[in-house]
Ligand binder design. Structure first.
Ligand code: HEM
Ligand SMILES: [Cu+2]
Length: 564
């Protein structure tokens, strides 16, 4: 056996093909741009996390003692603005979407490589505006920028922060256009629509939402800026405006935006579940179409954020019913994953543990969404910690867990290195425990009446806040531990080989890290996605399963490395 597939020549690998700093900042390689995004998001995540730390420390005691009421408002606004607009919305599409879409389709790059680089620069510029607003003292509107607070009363750096979010929308739109055109035009011969990996379908649905919904947000934010700057009466009732108009416009974007966050996560989980169970995916078309159904239905439910605003009761009933409907395509996915696992040959390795953790947290988050969508219940728990818990189960418990699963699944592909499997599993479990300890108590206290966004509270809630704050350091460890062992693996990890998981998919047919232009020759696709060998599935675990073989390959790779 030769070393070639395990350690491709340096010139062939996208990381080492060109080594100057300039070559990184001017790169039009989708794989490098993915890493540029990853670096930026990493920084934003830790800034957002600092806001979370302030919140959880303040909530340890019922009195407001660590920060002032005003300071608390600024802390949760910092946290929300950074986490939603600068972390969750771009999280999976700009990193794994960028990296994998051309590889999965058998293309050399995205349709518009320069636009891709431009979208990163636009994103960075938008980040500078919003970070400047925070640096100069922050703002107190919450990530939702509700009027009339944001347009009239707030005296923080609202204009600057909103300008940043406005600009970041362009980067979202650029990415969406790029993905849609790539999927339509750059599929390799034989890569029919129904042979595309489900991650690609989810990116396609996400891109549609990005392109169609983001302009609405942009206009809404511009109107706030205009109102702040020129005092025109769009939202301000004293000038003849209507503050509720803002909520309609905002949620018309922001409910679909929650699907920008979760749809790519669904796609990741479909990949992890099929590779982990070594089984054909159950109901491929149902999963693919459910992504589109969610994207479309997602545009029709925004009013469920406004049940308590005095909108007409009939509107409330219709929005409530439509919101229940969204649960259907979501449940289709959950059932199909379960059916894929059933009789699959499951090995509990790290990416798969994250996938299982995701399914549990997503089902819980989704079901509590259905509870919130029930009109009568929502009147009771609206604006309480119950809502905070609901959206954290979905946005963090599900979306970020899927991202962590993706990191552990594609790490060997991106870097060419394997990480420590024991530490990987340990941190997946730590993350799950820390997450539930942090956020489950919030359901209970919310139900009991603890309002959100309060910096001092009634002592009866303290025990729940203590539990929640106690979970936070465990959760933080779950995120930090991978930084260390993954960082270590970059220099010391064993070479991964092209396909350490024995997974299906074009990205696993090229060397790791992939060559600069992805594929050496023309690509021709002759099989459906997830065409796992029949003898792999439906047999139950064997003493020497495919994972074990892959392990042997890795050892051979190590031996080859040692000999050199
Ligand atoms: C089965 C699907 C879902 C249903 C029926 C649902 C329902 C709801 C409802 C009714 C509310 C408003 C609660 C209130 O303010 O009183 C809400 C809030 C929220 N949901 Fe969901 N949801 C679903 C899925 C999702 C997903 C997939 C995400 C994110 C990826 C998400 C993120 C949020 C966020 C961020 C809020 C709070 C917004 C805020 O006021 O700050 N939801 N959800
Ligand atoms: Cu919503």
């Amino acid at each position: 056996m030769t070393d070639a597939p395990l350690a491709p020549p340096r010139s062939e690998n996208f990381l080492t093909a060109k080594e100057t700093i300039r070559s990184w900042f001017l790169t039009i390689d989708h794989k490098r741009i993915a890493l540029l995004y990853a670096a930026a998001l990493f920084v934003f995540f830790f800034i957002g996390a600092a806001g979370a730390a302030v919140i959880r420390i303040e909530m340890l005691t019922p009195q407001g003692d660590v920060v002032s009421a005003e300071g608390y408002n600024r802390a949760f606004t910092l946290h929300g603005v950074i986490m939603v607009w600068f972390f969750l919305v771009p999280l999976i599409p700009t990193t794994f979407g960028n990296f994998l879409l051309p590889l999965m389709l058998g293309a050399k790059d995205l349709a518009f490589p320069r636009l891709n680089l431009a979208s990163w620069y636009v994103f960075m510029i938008s980040g500078v505006f919003t970070l400047a607003a925070i640096w100069l003292g922050g703002l107190e509107t919450g990530w939702t920028f509700y009027t009339p607070l944001s347009a009239v009363y707030a005296d923080g750096w609202v204009t600057l922060a909103i300008l940043g979010v406005f600009i970041s929308g362009f980067s979202s739109i650029f990415t969406g256009i790029n993905f849609i055109v790539t999927t339509h035009t750059l599929r390799a011969p034989g890569m029919t629509w129904f042979r595309m990996p489900l991650f690609v379908w989810s990116l396609y649905a996400t891109s549609l939402v990005m392109v169609l919904a983001t302009p609405v947000l942009a206009i809404t934010l511009l109107l706030i800026l205009a109102e702040r700057a020129f005092g025109i009466g769009v939202f301000d009732p004293t000038l003849g405006g209507d503050p509720l108009l803002f909520q309609h416009l905002f949620w018309f974007y922001s409910h679909p935006a929650v699907y920008i966050m979760i749809l790519p996560a669904f796609g990741v989980i479909s990949e992890l579940v099929t590779a982990g169970a070594r089984n054909r995916v159950f109901g491929y078309k149902f999963i693919a179409f459910s992504s589109l159904a969610i994207a479309i239905l997602g545009f029709m439910v925004w009013g469920h954020h406004m049940f308590t605003t005095g909108q007409s009761m009939y509107a409330g009933i219709v929005f409530s019913f439509l919101s229940f409907l969204v649960a259907v395509p979501s449940a289709v996915k959950a059932y199909n994953w379960a059916a894929t696992l059933y009789k699959g040959r499951i090995t509990l390795n790290t990416p798969f543990l994250y996938a299982l953790g995701f399914i549990a947290l997503f089902v819980f988050g989704g079901l509590t969404g259905v509870i919130l969508a029930a009109l009568a219940v929502d009147l009771h728990v609206h604006d309480s910690y119950f809502v905070v818990a609901h959206f954290h189960y979905i946005m963090v418990g599900a979306a970020v867990t899927a991202f962590m699963g993706a990191v552990h699944f594609w790490w060997p592909k991106v870097t060419g290195r394997l990480y420590n499997e024991h530490l990987g599993r340990a941190s997946a479990i730590l993350l799950w425990i820390g997450f539930n300890l942090t956020f489950f108590p919030q359901f209970i206290m919310g139900y009991l009446g603890m309002p959100r966004r309060y910096h001092a509270y009634d002592p009866e809630f303290q025990v729940w806040h203590l539990l929640s704050s106690a979970g936070t350091p465990i959760l933080a460890m779950g995120y930090l531990l991978p930084v260390f062992y993954l960082g270590w693996s970059l220099y010391n990890g064993r070479p991964a080989g092209p396909n350490p998981w024995r997974a299906q998919g074009l990205e696993w047919t090229v060397s790791s890290p992939p060559p600069e232009h992805n594929f050496h020759g023309p690509v021709k696709v002759t099989r459906e996605a997830y065409d796992y060998p029949k003898e792999d599935a439906y047999k139950g675990p064997l003493p020497r399963d495919a994972w074990r073989e892959a392990e042997d390959d890795r050892e051979e790779g190590q031996a080859a490395e040692d000999r050199r």
